[in-house]
Ligand binder design. Structure first.
Ligand SMILES: Nc1ncnc2c1ncn2[C@@H]1O[C@H](COP(=O)(O)OP(=O)(O)O)[C@@H](O)[C@H]1O
Ligand SMILES: [Mg+2]
Length: 270
């Protein structure tokens, strides 16, 4: 469960370049809900996920994850509750460590130091099984360096690591955008499989309208730091790519109106 109340973040506050990147966001996500997040470039999607993960403290507002107020928690403490996968396949794993070593790190998440050794017996077996379920032939590459794998293989493993210990919340930020179409499809299939099987509460940012339509049980659209569209249940199910394109077109038209109004004002007064 995720509850965001009146979350606001400004960058370069107090300077002429000040931007209000999140503007009073209200969002409640039910336990087990899979929310797709779309919006134009710069609309605040990554900032929203970063704020939830604790990358920067909010100026105003409150964030609750699984019933705990995490607003003042630092990023590393929130990481016990939150799994993340980023766009860049190189950012989620340690390239010079083996696949098994990377997975072992993920398996210890949230465990007290003294208990970590207790994991070891059976861990290799479990790794073979869970990596085997990815269906990418990686169960025979547990001793390979992570850096020797393709982007798609790394993102699949990053996803597995982020969900190895069931997270209270999974954050995916355009995690297939840097992959070729075939690898992206594969990682999206795995995402669907893991999120629905483990009923993970998930926020997934995507640029792909096809992904936005086919995945998840709720869709939100952001613009200028606000949520401007929110569809759940049947309303989400019946959305088509054309509906989303029409929404984007509306936003673009409004922006053009803003720009031409500003030009007109300038022409009048300058
Ligand atoms: N650390 C930062 N400092 C200043 N401006 C930032 C920073 N991070 C993001 N921004 C600005 O905030 C806005 C929203 O960015 P972002 O959340 O990355 O958008 P999105 O993920 O929707 O494309 C953009 O205008 C971006 O330039
Ligand atoms: Mg982004």
């Amino acid at each position: 469960m995720l509850r965001i109340e009146d979350l606001s973040i400004r960058f370069k506050a107090g300077t002429p370049d000040e931007v209000c990147v999140l503007d009073g966001i209200q969002l409640q996500v039910k336990e087990g809900s899979f929310v797709v997040v779309i919006g134009t470039n710069g609309s605040g999607k990554s900032t929203l996920l970063n704020a939830v993960a604790g990358v920067f403290p909010p100026e105003r507002g409150r964030i609750e994850v699984a019933g705990q107020d995490v607003t003042r928690w630092p990023e590393h403490r929130r990481a016990r509750l939150i799994g993340r996968v980023f766009q860049n396949p190189f950012s989620g794993t340690a390239p010079h460590m083996t696949v098994a070593e990377n997975l072992a790190l993920a398996a210890r998440r949230g465990l007290a130091r003294g208990l970590r050794w207790a994991l070891l017996p059976g861990l290799m077996r479990q790794m073979k099984d869970r990596v085997g379920e990815l269906n990418m032939g990686l169960e025979d590459r547990l001793e390979s360096e992570m850096g020797s794998l393709s982007g798609g293989q790394r993102q699949a493993l990053t996803l597995l690591m982020a969900s190895w210990v069931r997270p209270q919340l999974l954050l995916l930020d355009e995690h297939t955008a840097a992959l070729d179409p075939k690898a992206a499809d594969q990682v999206i299939r795995l995402t669907h499989q893991i999120v629905t099987r483990d009923r993970l509460t998930t926020l997934m940012v995507t640029h792909s309208m096809a992904q936005a339509v086919h995945l998840g049980d709720r869709l939100i659209m952001m613009n200028k730091g606000q949520i401007i569209f929110d569809a759940e249940g049947m309303a989400k199910k019946s959305l088509r790519v054309e509906d989303l394109m029409a929404r984007f077109e509306e936003v673009r038209r409004d922006e053009q109106l803003d720009v031409s109004a500003a030009k007109m004002l300038k022409a009048l007064y300058i």
